[in-house]
Design a protein around this ligand. Structure first.
Ligand code: TYD
Length: 211
């Protein structure tokens, strides 16, 4: 985990994907797998992962705050992320830990930059400032089709999940596009099947990065 690519020190693994892609379940399973490999794991989520970040999360996901604009959203996500980078990521840089994060900068690039139409270049640049340039060593992007997303998103929804189906479709397509144009550290994994099937594909990627 470094601004310069290197596999010395801590390793950062990010889980990404549309709402209801199963990323939280897979991130948790990955944490257990990495622990079994004998590595020390720190598990965080975005927005959140720090006291400040968890408070920002409450604002971001409050279903009452329907008037929130996409720019406000962007700054709040970035603020929570900056705190996470400052408190958690920078603190472990020289250690031998594995940090698993449920979402990272790519979420803002896709949700606010692509689906929210702010633009990917400026969001990426803001993100670099927020995270002190710290790049993940591996980003797992879970890919799922729109029909499955809609099926899984029935019921109680947070502020982001309440956005319309078209928005969620832009997110889903945005992730696929971003993953295809990213480098080899970003892997698009099909996630429409059984949990164990997806998990097996993810484990291969983890093995590649951790040995
Ligand atoms: P998520 O981890 O999906 O929450 P949960 O699985 O607990 O419901 O993330 C919360 C929402 O925030 C999700 O809809 C995606 C959105 N989000 C962004 O729009 N931009 C971001 O930068 C991040 C980190 C999340």
């Amino acid at each position: 985990m470094s601004t310069v690519k290197s596999h010395r020190g801590s390793v950062l693994i990010a889980f990404e994907g549309a709402d209801a892609s199963g990323k939280t379940t897979q991130a948790r399973r990955a944490v257990e797998y990495i622990k079994k490999k004998g590595r020390e794991v720190v598990f965080v989520r975005e927005p959140g992962g720090t006291r400040v970040g968890e408070k920002i999360r409450q604002i971001l996901l409050d279903p009452d705050l329907k008037e929130m604009g996409v720019r406000t959203e962007l700054f709040l996500y970035m603020a929570a992320r900056a705190q996470l980078a400052e408190e958690v990521l920078r603190g472990v840089e020289g250690e031998e830990k594995v940090i698993v994060t449920d979402r990272y900068l790519l979420s803002s690039v896709v949700y606010q930059g692509m689906a929210g139409e702010i633009g990917t270049a400026i969001v990426s640049e803001m993100g670099q400032l927020a995270v002190f340039g710290i790049q993940p060593d591996l980003t797992i992007v879970l890919d799922i089709d729109q029909a499955e997303v809609e099926k899984r998103l029935k019921g109680k929804k947070d502020r982001m999940e309440q956005k319309d189906a078209e928005f969620h479709d832009r997110v889903r397509r945005g992730y696929a596009e971003a993953a295809r144009s990213a480098g080899p550290d970003t892997r698009l994994i099909p996630a429409g099947g059984e949990v164990e099937e997806t998990e097996a594909l993810i484990r291969k990627e983890i093995d590649r990065v951790l040995g």
